[in-house]
Design a protein around this ligand. Structure first.
Ligand code: BG6
Length: 521
């Protein structure tokens, strides 16, 4: 058992780097307003921004979707969706009263030019009714197969003008959801369409992991503290483990997941994004391109592998039946709308090597899977053993090396493990955790990732969004592996039981480097 030290309490008031800002009036158009993303993520985020008082007095949201309905029905649906998502629009009536009258609905098909004319007309009406409106945000909460056509039509209809300078008003920005393409080629094609229609500064490729509080805290931890930088390199770090474990299965998303699999769903975006923030060189300023330039350099420095070596560096798994929290659950192949002989991986573990001066020889182990024992996302930095130990450690025992853990979810915080002397007359050592928990330290619940990112986009801050070259560089890394796995079908799927820590091949992968995975949960 690891004894707990007293959690540190933050001292003094916070230093403001970038004050929470209230945006200028704007109009948001959500394509796919009847969909899951709008209901589960976007509307709760808008509503919560209202609770925080982060909305300007003047803003409007136009929902666009195929089904015919009037504004009142749309508003009722959003009210129900907020409740479903755990918000309380009746209890928080002030925020709901702010949001409700600003919601309106437009019925239209995305392949129909009339839809874009109707959007344009509604924008003109809103702009003239609200002269302070500074810009228009178009959110593509639609199936990825429709991204290109929608962008083209937005552009050709004149709804989405190209703005040469970011400072130009009214601004026009587009948020594109993941997956951004399904391989390098399609990502390049989509980038081509997007760049033909608009300037790069208008394109916001979203990855909600970048909006998570602890992921951003990684930047503060690394670059606002001087104690970490000297040890943040191959001289002191033995290896790094980045884990995103989920308890849930594929839920109702069988068809999407069958096409995607864990590498496209989690590695190409979320895990590689976290890795870049962990590994990048210090940017010179906290500006979008300065940060993104450094992230891209990391992606380019990741070593590639030939198909023959790939099994050494990456393993996959698929869950079979098992139990989660004592309740029996079905296997992936039995899930709704999943092929009974599916070979789609629901788990992967990989070893990455970054060929640069800072990281040469330091393995980065990344793993992610569905139906694991707990929902956990963390970055664990495992330091090296002391070079020489003057204490006599009994035969067969070892001391635990220092570990710095950044917990992204569920309980956000930072913990440092180090060894101390156990009180007593003899000299005995024990590892302890110095644990900082966000909720304990600041007494507030943190914001949902989508709130941060929506606000950033409206404010024109692209630091936490993915640039075109980043998206392509990430595909360059995972594409060969996906192709290799699609060609070499797995023979032993399912190979881990739901509720277990993943397949045995993942343990073997990390053991080859003399390490073990941290316990999940
Ligand atoms: C999404 C994936 O991007 O991220 C899902 O498509 C996954 O499959 C989800 O469940 C995980 O996000 P979070 O914020 O719950 O860790």
């Amino acid at each position: 058992m690891t004894p707990e030290l007293v959690a540190p309490v933050h001292t003094g008031g916070p230093t403001v780097i970038r004050e929470a800002r209230v945006p200028k009036p704007c109009v948001i158009v959500i394509f796919g307003a009847g969909g899951d993303l709008t209901h589960r993520k976007l509307m709760p985020a808008f509503f919560h921004l209202g609770i925080d008082g982060t909305w300007p007095d003047d803003f409007a949201i136009i929902g666009v979707d195929r089904v015919a309905k009037d504004d009142a029905t749309f508003r009722q649906e959003i009210h129900a969706a907020l409740t479903e998502a755990g918000q309380d629009p009746d209890g928080q009536s002030e925020a709901w009263q702010l949001l409700e009258p600003r919601l309106s609905y437009l019925q239209g098909n995305l392949d129909d030019p009339a839809t874009y004319q109707a959007v344009q007309q509604r924008l003109v009406e809103l702009d003239s009714a609200h002269p302070g409106v500074e810009g228009h945000l178009f959110y593509l909460a639609i199936p990825p197969s429709l991204y290109a056509e929608t962008i083209e039509r937005l552009s050709s209809s004149g709804v989405l003008p190209r703005t040469v300078e970011p400072s130009q008003r009214p601004w026009a920005r587009v948020i594109i959801e993941k997956p951004f393409g399904r391989d390098l080629e399609s990502a390049k094609a989509l980038n081509g369409v997007a760049r033909k229609a608009m300037a790069e500064h208008q394109i916001y490729r979203i990855d909600h992991y970048l909006g998570k509080e602890t992921v951003q805290n990684l930047l503060v931890l690394r670059f606002a503290n001087s104690i970490f930088e000297p040890v943040w390199n191959r001289h002191h770090i033995d290896h790094v483990q980045i884990t995103t474990a989920e308890e849930v299965g594929v839920e109702h998303r069988g068809p999407y997941y069958e096409e995607a699999g864990v590498v496209r769903d989690m590695f190409q975006n979320h895990l590689l994004q976290v890795l870049t923030l962990m590994a990048m060189e210090p940017p010179t300023t906290f500006r979008a391109d300065a940060v993104r330039d450094e992230k891209v350099k990391v992606l380019h420095a990741i070593r590639s592998h030939t198909p023959a070596e790939m099994h050494e560096f990456a393993v996959r798994g698929q869950y079979g039946p098992g139990s989660i929290n004592g309740k029996p659950v079905i296997g992936y192949r039995e899930e709704e709308r999943v092929a009974p002989d599916s070979v789609t991986p629901t788990y992967a573990a990989m070893r990455f090597l970054i060929d640069n001066w800072r990281w040469k020889g330091v393995p980065f182990f990344l793993r992610s899977g569905k139906r694991l024992p707990a929902r956990t996302t963390e970055i664990a930095i495992q330091f090296k053993q002391p070079p020489h130990l003057m204490f006599a450690v009994p035969e067969g025992e070892h001391i635990d090396a220092n570990v710095l853990v950044l917990r992204v979810q569920p309980s956000e915080g930072v913990a440092l493990r180090f060894d101390v002397k156990v009180p007593g007359l003899g000299v005995r050592m024990a590892p302890v955790n110095m644990d900082f928990d966000y909720a304990d330290g600041f007494g507030t619940t943190t914001h949902e990732a989508y709130e941060t990112l929506l606000l950033d986009c409206i404010l024109g801050d692209a630091t936490l969004f993915i640039r075109s070259d980043e998206a392509e560089a990430a595909w360059e890394i995972v594409d060969p592996l996906i192709a290799h796995w699609e060609e070499k079908k797995p023979l032993h799927f399912p190979n881990y039981a739901a509720g277990s820590a993943g397949p045995a091949v993942a343990d073997e992968l990390i053991a080859r480097a003399g390490a073990v995975w941290r316990k999940i949960g």
